[in-house]
Design a binder for this molecule. Structure first.
Ligand code: ZN
Length: 663
């Protein structure tokens, strides 16, 4: 009896299945080289650092991201919420939660960038935001956008769980960067209050929902997973699984394509709201790691197969004009929303670390360096809500096809979901570059995503720093300088991308092998100043594209033929300009010569299609996307097979472009 009581008192295992890698604490990985320069420029002179002065509510003209809204009591916005006959809260239309989403998500990008770059002005705004949110917390722990008496039980388009997620992620990020325990406590109190509300009550079966506010709420699991991981409290993991089960069982929920029965059916196509579905990918995966149930793992595996099948060559799911994933009738010029790109990136950061499989790092880089980078101006002053792998114009009213008012390179589009995703893409990727590995060979470090960076953390109780020096993805030699405080033995894992030939590795005295998942594993007694040089071996390759076409890749980069454009300024920000925030516009683009841009072009039937990689001597090492630091030189075949000399640029360094060709 005593024995049984003791057993019951022992908390259950934190994880039913072990994550291959764990994320490092935010701040332990710092961007260097071009990554640091780009983030610093984004915050100093890009839209990221100025969106609070640019983004206005189209009706009230209020500055949505101004500090007076920082208490998150856009609760002011919801003062007209009513109760129906059943006592359920009926919020006003979805715009009421949009504000909460925009405030939280932009601050998430700002806070991360502030700490990654040391930008003082952003750091002050981060401090002010967190102080205001903490001050707005009610006695019962509530942090959110609805007034007392109108919370948790809704009929109609609410955004309760979604906006809580949008504010708690920046709070948790701030907690990790600063070590402030009171911020973590505030989040835990708020989350525990929320969890209690939904025991035996299915949030997602809210009848009468329009828009995506309710289904977005499934991403509250992001907060639960983070808390589970850093506190070790399994109640968070179990609550996450319950939310996923509730979503899977809901009859009314919008964007239901990630429900378990649909994912378990390998033939059911993936559809629905791109950002939701791309974000939900990570939830069956996490549910598997919480419960160990193989059905969740199967749902996750199926979801990745379906996702990869629907991706454009840039690494974002091809979509219609209404943000919905389309897998039938795909063409290379189909658009995708930046939020789909970002939420896929975020899911892939979980995929790499939970499974330890290099392929997820490969896809993460493809999505980041192509679809994401290819939707922003290199200087960070504008981003387009919708982008496409191939496009001959960026126009709200295009010369052909359906008008779409979100087809514009703008410093601020309302709603700013995509601009906020743009603000988070690189900071989230930086956080995934290095991971803590564990397993039979003990604690170690894994380089999961490549780029210039510096990591400093404890391994086996010893402070270890590693400087990663590289021009990646514009150069494929990566030097790691390991600097432990004192000599320590641990495995250093390096991702070998599927596009690389067998890499060359120099590491004096290290034993080198591949682990079961494919990471190169270097083990030795590391001493300060030890060097590792990894030489990846890219080659010009063809990637299958929509409509039976082929795109040209080299390393993680997709290459496009740039199309000369003419620009038109179609959006101005006069109030911001009057307040001293000048130089921000919205631009639309046409091909300088549309007929010439459409001339027939084919890939040549030669090894590597006859292209070879060439470094651009005039490129600025700090800003390698401004003037592309790497090009493919060679030829395409014009009308009648007539060769034409061309230079292809990384998709991320082009504006109008042709990317997919007949062979
Ligand atoms: Zn968006």
């Amino acid at each position: 009896m005593l024995r049984l009581a003791l057993l019951l008192a022992i908390p259950p295992l934190a994880w039913a299945a072990e994550d291959a890698f764990l994320p490092l604490r935010l701040g332990e990985i710092q961007p260097e080289g071009w990554l640091r320069a780009q983030l610093a420029r984004d915050v100093a002179t890009g839209y990221l650092g100025h969106l609070d002065a640019l983004l206005r509510d189209p009706k009230s003209k209020r500055l949505i991201l101004a500090p007076e809204n920082n208490d998150y009591v856009s609760r002011f916005n919801n003062r007209n919420v009513k109760l129906d006959a059943k006592g359920l809260a009926v919020p006003e239309p979805p715009q009421r939660w949009w504000d909460g989403e925009m405030i939280g998500d932009w601050h998430d990008g700002l806070i991360r960038t502030a700490f990654l770059t040391g930008d003082k002005r952003s750091r002050e705004r981060a401090d002010r935001f967190v102080a205001a949110i903490l001050k707005s917390q009610d006695d019962d722990g509530y942090i959110g956008i609805y007034p007392k008496g109108f919370r948790f039980r809704f009929s109609g388009p609410d955004g309760e769980l979604w906006t809580q997620r949008c504010v708690m992620l920046p709070l948790l990020a701030y907690h990790e960067f600063t070590g402030r325990a009171d911020v973590l406590r505030a989040v835990e109190r708020a989350v525990q209050l929320t969890i209690r509300q939904f025991d035996g009550h299915n949030y997602f079966d809210n009848a009468g929902q329009i828009g995506g506010g309710v289904s977005h709420g499934l991403m509250f699991v992001d907060v639960l997973e983070w808390l589970h991981r850093i506190t070790g409290r399994q109640e968070y993991g179990l609550a996450a699984v319950r939310f996923y089960d509730d979503y899977s069982a809901a009859k009314n929920v919008k964007n239901a394509d990630a429900q378990m029965p649909k994912l378990l059916d390998p033939k059911a196509p993936l559809g629905g709201h791109g950002p939701d579905i791309m974000g939900f990918l990570r939830i069956p995966l996490y549910s598997y790691y919480v419960t160990g149930k193989p059905s969740y793992r199967q749902a996750w595996e199926n979801s990745m197969v379906k996702t990869v099948r629907g991706l454009g060559v840039g690494g974002s799911p091809l979509s219609g004009q209404g943000e919905e994933i389309k897998t039938a009738g795909q063409t290379p010029d189909m658009p995708y929303e930046f939020c789909s790109t970002f939420y896929l990136l975020h899911s892939l950061t979980w995929a790499v670390r939970k499974t330890g499989e290099p392929r997820h790092g490969d896809l993460l880089e493809r999505t980041l360096f192509n679809a994401a980078q290819g939707a922003r101006s290199p200087d960070g002053k504008t981003l387009t809500y919708y982008s496409a792998d191939e496009r001959l114009w960026v126009r709200q009213k295009p010369p052909e096809g359906t008008p779409n008012f979100r087809y514009i390179y703008s410093a601020a589009t309302y709603p700013s979901c995509c601009h906020n995703s743009g603000a988070r893409a690189y900071p989230y990727a930086v956080a995934a570059m290095w991971m803590r590995s564990r397993g039979a060979d003990g604690d170690g470090l894994a380089a999961a995503v490549y780029g210039p960076s510096r990591v400093e953390t404890k391994v086996k109780g010893v402070t270890v720093a590693v400087d990663e020096k590289t021009r990646y993805p514009f150069g494929y030699e990566i030097e790691f300088v390991v600097r432990p405080e004192r000599a320590v033995e641990f495995p250093l894992r390096l991702r070998v991308p599927a596009w690389s030939g067998e890499p060359a590795v120099e590491a004096k005295g290290a034993s080198v092998k591949r682990d079961a998942r494919g990471f190169l594993t270097l083990t030795k007694m590391w001493k300060a100043g030890d060097k590792v040089v990894l030489k990846l071996k890219p080659s010009v390759q063809g990637m299958p594209a929509a409509a039976g076409k082929t795109a040209v890749t080299y390393g993680p980069l997709v290459f496009s033929l740039p199309v000369a454009e003419k620009a038109e300024i179609t959006q101005r920000f006069p109030e911001a300009e009057a307040a001293g925030v000048a130089g921000f516009f919205g631009y639309q683009y046409d091909a300088a010569d549309l007929a010439a841009a459409r001339r027939p072009l084919k890939l040549a039937a030669k090894p590597g299609f006859g292209f070879s990689a060439a470094e651009e001597r005039g490129a600025d090492a700090s800003y390698p996307w401004d003037r592309a630091a790497l090009r493919l030189r060679g030829g395409l075949l014009g009308a009648g097979g007539k060769p034409e000399k061309v230079e292809l640029l990384p998709m991320g360094a082009t504006l109008l472009r042709r990317t997919c060709f007949e062979k």
